[in-house]
Design a protein around this ligand. Structure first.
Ligand code: AMP
Length: 360
């Protein structure tokens, strides 16, 4: 493998063009890199601050390769880029993390199968391809269980909770009878995540444990450091770093966990990229998760993950604005002497923003 660092002045390609790509592009430009972005849309959050925005279908192999020829390395900002697009890019220039990481993490069954086969703790699950599979799986796992589409799901979309066997057939039909995963419901106390990174040289680093609360399936607040025992901290960060190694990731990975009241951890989901729960690293840590992604994909040494103070992040959704859609528009981060104080500050800041908007 070519371990020569890609230095400032070089051009980074980003597949995808949302707000994660925008924050990545800001980190890259701040470090002196140029950024090209590729997606099927135009005038995008990432494109607006990139040096070049390519707008074409992900299936347009010619345009994809033209984009690839103009950059020194390619990364991605969301995991639903088709595998064929990544393969077309990889014929021209390095993609980091590589296509196999994307392939595993963009499909829930592949992801959970990878985790279980490497000994990482996951809730019991079954691959559901037909109504017969589904009936059989439900008999084996029992209720309550959660049925999720195998691919292209996020923020709780394409999911349904099955509390009674009688509701099962309806839930499967409502999903359009597509390929799915059935999981045993985890009676968790809290949801936490670990953002970790692995450099091109194999060095790993993590930002500790972050505690997350959701509202209507969308991340609402993140607090760091999470109030967890030293053994949970050790286990969660060790799991995250081992996943980076076993999955052979070059870049940032977020591992989302369920934490039960007895301290037991289950991996729920992986995101092979900077993650919403890590946005507080921008203001609270020496190196943000976006700069860390850049450092990893460029083969630079990873930056320090040291956190200056406890902090809390609140998401801003589009429905803050009049007639706005319920989608992520931005976030606020507060720093304070304790996470409880930071949470109070960030909650008040968000509320003042909403009441201000209502008055206007
Ligand atoms: P996901 O899209 O897999 O991250 O799921 C969205 C949310 O649904 C999670 O943040 C949990 O709150 C809940 N959830 C998903 N899977 C399970 C499970 N197996 N047990 C309990 N809650 C779950």
């Amino acid at each position: 493998m070519n371990l020569k660092p890609i230095l400032p002045g070089s051009t980074i390609g980003v597949l995808g063009s949302g707000q994660l790509g925008r924050m990545f592009a800001m980190a890259a430009r701040r470090m002196g890199y140029l950024v090209h972005t590729f997606s099927s849309e135009t005038d995008t959050p990432t494109g607006q601050i990139s040096d070049r925005e390519f707008t074409a279908s992900y299936d347009d192999r010619e345009r994809v390769q033209e984009f690839a020829r103009g950059v020194d390395v390619v990364t991605f900002e969301f995991e639903n880029v088709p595998s064929s697009t990544v393969e077309a890019v990889a014929e021209v220039v390095s993609v980091r993390p590589s296509g196999h990481v994307l392939h595993t993490t963009q499909h829930r069954v592949r992801e959970k199968t990878f985790l279980a086969s490497h000994g990482f703790p996951v809730t019991p699950f079954r691959h559901v391809k037909s109504i017969e599979d589904f009936r059989e799986s439900l008999r084996e796992l029992g209720v309550p269980a959660i049925l999720k589409t195998a691919g292209f799901g996020y923020d709780g979309k394409g999911q349904s909770m099955i509390e009674r066997i009688e509701d099962a057939e309806k839930a499967f039909a409502a999903m359009g009878q597509q390929e799915a995963i059935l999981e045993t419901f985890v009676d968790f106390e809290r949801e936490v995540s670990v953002i970790a990174a692995r450099g091109l040289d194999g060095a790993v680093a993590n930002y500790g444990v972050i505690e997350n609360t959701h509202h209507r399936h969308i991340l609402d607040f993140s607090l760091a450091p999470a109030h967890v025992s030293p053994s949970v901290l050790r286990e969660a960060t060790e799991i995250a770093e081992s996943i980076l190694v076993e999955l052979d990731v070059t870049g940032v990975l977020c591992v989302e966990f369920f934490l039960k009241s007895d301290g037991k951890l289950f991996v729920n989901e992986l995101a092979p990229r900077p993650h919403n729960s890590g946005h507080l690293t921008i203001d609270a840590c020496v190196t943000s998760q976006f700069e860390q992604q850049l450092r990893a994909v460029c083969g630079l040494p990873l930056g320090s993950t040291e956190q200056f103070t406890p902090s809390a992040m609140a998401n801003l959704l589009g429905d803050l604005w009049q007639a706005g859609e319920r989608r992520k528009m931005g976030h606020l981060t507060a720093r304070a002497a304790t996470t409880a104080e930071a949470l109070e500050l960030v909650r008040a800041a968000r509320e003042s923003l909403t009441s201000g908007l209502r008055i206007n």
